[in-house]
Write a protein that binds this ligand. Structure first.
Ligand code: 13P
Length: 341
């Protein structure tokens, strides 16, 4: 496969394939394992991820790349094969989360700044040697209008950090996924999500230009435009699609390598229905696919529950969600396909 950044980026969003975000930090995966009653240890995390990466039906047909956590990119399967080699054998690209997490932004209660730039050049060189060809950095923008969150300082600082990260990735031959996540956790309405997302994306691309990042060799990982969970409203797929595409047409250059959404706390089926509605109103200047964590893994985690006897059922649950999202990335999903499962 080509090593050119724009070719790697194009492959990440090609043919209705999408990304499996399996880069949960040790703290986050523990929360997920708590739900299914599995103790989180290096071995149980390895067993779980090995089960996913060996789900060859899902991996070969629907998954273009896997975002890994630092621990996982170094791990070997139970039989000694590096997990990275299992991913590559399926035809998918290994990727790596390189940010060090969102920390409170000093002076701005409720806002966060994502850390991890110090030493990043050296870490990227190591990850490249381990096989990573793309990376991820997630900025977190919460919404609490009454408290003045997010501040312009938070949006600006996070956009600047994303641009510095992206430039370092490209220097290392690694495609940066730039993820400015506007959270759906708040009580805001859909139009507030639209306005905050617009301010965020406008600032992001200003900073990426200023940092001389080659847009063709980047992937945007955005939120969809949705009402906040605490608003008590669930936006319809048609409204999500219309407002998300209006936003991107206003703010996202056509030159970028592609768009791969986060699921952000939507239900599995919402994440699929919304992606489908977005693609169904195309054609669009970009490929729009999925880079889901929870919306691809909740079902297989439940089916697995830490038991070797459940591996085949868990792999089938993963294949089903990956298939549904693949169809949604092509605008060909229908609700009746869920009942047939
Ligand atoms: P979710 O799809 O669970 O939001 O996770 C995607 C991700 O990688 C967030 O950074």
């Amino acid at each position: 496969m080509s090593e050119r950044l724009e070719d790697i980026a194009a492959a990440m969003v090609a043919n209705g394939k999408g990304l499996l975000a399996a880069d949960e930090s040790s703290g986050t995966i523990k929360k997920r394992f708590d739900v299914i009653g599995v103790e989180s240890t290096p071995d149980s995390r390895r067993d779980y991820r090995e089960m996913m990466f060996r789900a060859s039906d899902a991996m070969t047909k629907y998954i273009s790349g896997v975002i890994l956590y630092d621990e996982t990119i170094h791990q070997k399967a139970a039989d000694g094969t590096p997990l990275v080699d299992i991913i590559k054998a399926s035809g998918a690209l290994p990727g790596i989360k390189v940010d060090a997490g969102a920390k409170p932004l000093a002076g701005f209660p409720g806002d966060t700044i994502t850390e991890g730039l110090d030493g990043l050049r050296e870490r990227l060189a190591d990850y490249y040697k381990l096989g990573a060809r793309f990376a991820k950095w997630r900025a977190v923008i919460d919404i609490d209008v009454a408290k003045g969150v997010p501040s312009a300082t938070s949006i600006g600082s996070n956009a600047h950090a994303l641009a510095r990260y992206a430039a370092l990735c490209q220097e290392a031959g690694i495609v940066p996924i730039v993820e400015p996540e506007v959270l759906m956790d708040g009580a805001h309405d859909i139009d507030t999500c639209y306005e905050i997302s617009k301010a965020t994306l406008t600032k992001l691309y200003t900073e990426l230009y200023a940092a001389r990042v080659v847009l063709e060799g980047t992937i945007l990982k955005p939120n969809m435009v949705l009402a906040g969970k605490k608003s008590g409203k669930v936006s319809s797929p048609d409204e999500v699609a219309e407002k998300t595409i209006k936003l991107f047409r206003e703010t996202v250059p056509a030159a970028i390598g592609g768009i791969a959404f986060l699921s952000g706390g939507q239900t599995d089926e919402q994440a699929t229905a919304n992606l489908n509605a977005i693609n169904a109103i195309g054609p669009h200047p970009w490929k729009l696919t999925f880079s889901y964590g929870r919306a691809l893994q909740a079902a297989p985690q439940k089916a697995w529950s830490g038991k070797p006897a459940n591996v085949a059922a868990a792999q089938a649950a993963f294949a089903h969600r990956a298939h549904m999202n693949h169809l949604a990335a092509l605008g060909q999903w229908q609700p009746t396909l869920e009942q047939a499962a």
